[in-house]
Design a protein around this ligand. Structure first.
Ligand code: GH3
Ligand code: MG
Ligand code: MG
Ligand code: MG
Ligand code: MG
Length: 309
């Protein structure tokens, strides 16, 4: 434990430092206000004992500068050392950021007792900081977990809605075109009926991982929309680009070569509906979902395993 001792009277400074050393505390001596502020910043003491009448700036000003130099959430106890016993000086010292007073001549017993009281407050402050940090971590983890789909580990529908709304607002501000893909596994009911739900779940995990691995640009976003349906948001991407991405996804699912008794060529396939647009005040982000759904419906009607727009 380090304590900054600010006192311009040599003999008093020596005495207080001596008391502190006997308590196992390391004193950092300062003989004027400016030096005290410098040492506070450089040495980061745990406590400050502060004389009021000093040759340069007074103790009240030193207290104010120390409080201004502290990091937010930080708090170093400041105890004034003074021979001024009037109420106004006490009030002014507390207002300047001080925590308590020690009257001169300093009693070693009172000094020790007040230091112990301050140490208790420091401990409470420290455990509060630890708790706040743990809460922050827990909150971040909670936010992460509530935005993920439990089965596949990719973004869930809630996260998709938030991302879509955000992209819509961004498109409105900048007038940029962005694209949306709705993707649906073909004849998945039959897959489940033939191979079982467990195989169905495994398949969905592989499909999700493949779709997520297919997008390359930083802002591209893949989510599980529900069941065997997935949604992809492609920021600042016109329809031509979206069709390229969808086709890449379609062939990546092909390449997985997941056996499907009733699938095209005996393997699992997927259909894609693509749409793109610029956000308009008279429309809503969900209109884009409807359009992509319509294109997906068309892909199903035209024979599945394809991309429609
Ligand atoms: P289509 O080609 O027209 O899309 O036919 P489909 O059979 O894929 O479509 P349908 O909507 O009739 O069936 C979807 C099936 O997806 C129903 C259900 O058995 C399956 N499914 C949805 N969610 C899950 C899931 O979380 N796990 C598993 N194993 N199956 C799911
Ligand atoms: Mg003095
Ligand atoms: Mg389906
Ligand atoms: Mg269906
Ligand atoms: Mg479906």
């Amino acid at each position: 434990m380090k304590t900054l001792v600010v006192e311009d009277t040599r003999i008093s400074l020596k005495l207080v430092c001596h008391h502190l050393e006997r308590m196992g505390i390391t004193p950092i001596p300062a003989e004027n206000g400016t030096r005290a502020v410098e040492l506070f910043i450089d040495e980061q003491p745990d406590m400050v004992l502060l004389d009021i009448v000093l040759p340069d700036i007074d103790g009240f000003e030193v207290a104010r500068r120390i409080r201004a130099a502290e990091k937010p959430g930080d708090w170093t106890p400041i105890l004034f050392l003074t021979s001024m016993t009037d109420d106004e000086a006490l009030e002014q010292g507390i207002a300047a950021g001080g925590d308590d007073y020690l009257y001169k001549p300093i009693s070693e017993i009172v000094l020790g007792a007040k230091i112990r009281a301050m140490q208790r407050i420091i401990q409470m402050r420290n455990s509060l900081l630890v708790m706040t940090r743990k809460l922050d971590i827990a909150n971040r983890e909670l936010r992460r977990l509530t935005s993920l789909d439990g089965l596949t580990g990719i973004a869930n529908r809630r996260h998709f809605q938030e991302t879509l709304e955000r992209e819509w607002r961004r498109s409105m501000r900048h007038g940029t075109e962005f694209s949306l893909l709705m993707c649906d596994v073909d004849r998945f009911k039959a897959f489940n009926d033939n191979l079982g739900h467990q195989a169905g779940d495994d398949c969905l995990r592989r499909v999700a991982g493949t779709l997520a691995a297919t997008v390359v640009r930083g802002g591209d976003f893949v989510a599980r929309y529900g069941g065997e349906e997935f949604a992809v948001i492609l920021p600042e991407t016109p329809l031509a680009g979206a069709l390229v991405v969808a086709e890449r996804m379609r062939s990546a699912i092909h390449a997985l070569d997941i056996a499907h008794p009733q699938g095209e060529g005996g393997r699992l396939t997927m259909s894609f509906g693509a749409t793109s647009g610029v956000a308009m005040p008279e429309a809503a982000a969900t209109d884009l979902v409807k359009l992509a759904d319509k294109a997906l419906y068309q892909a199903k009607n035209e024979g599945r395993d394809r991309v429609c727009a």
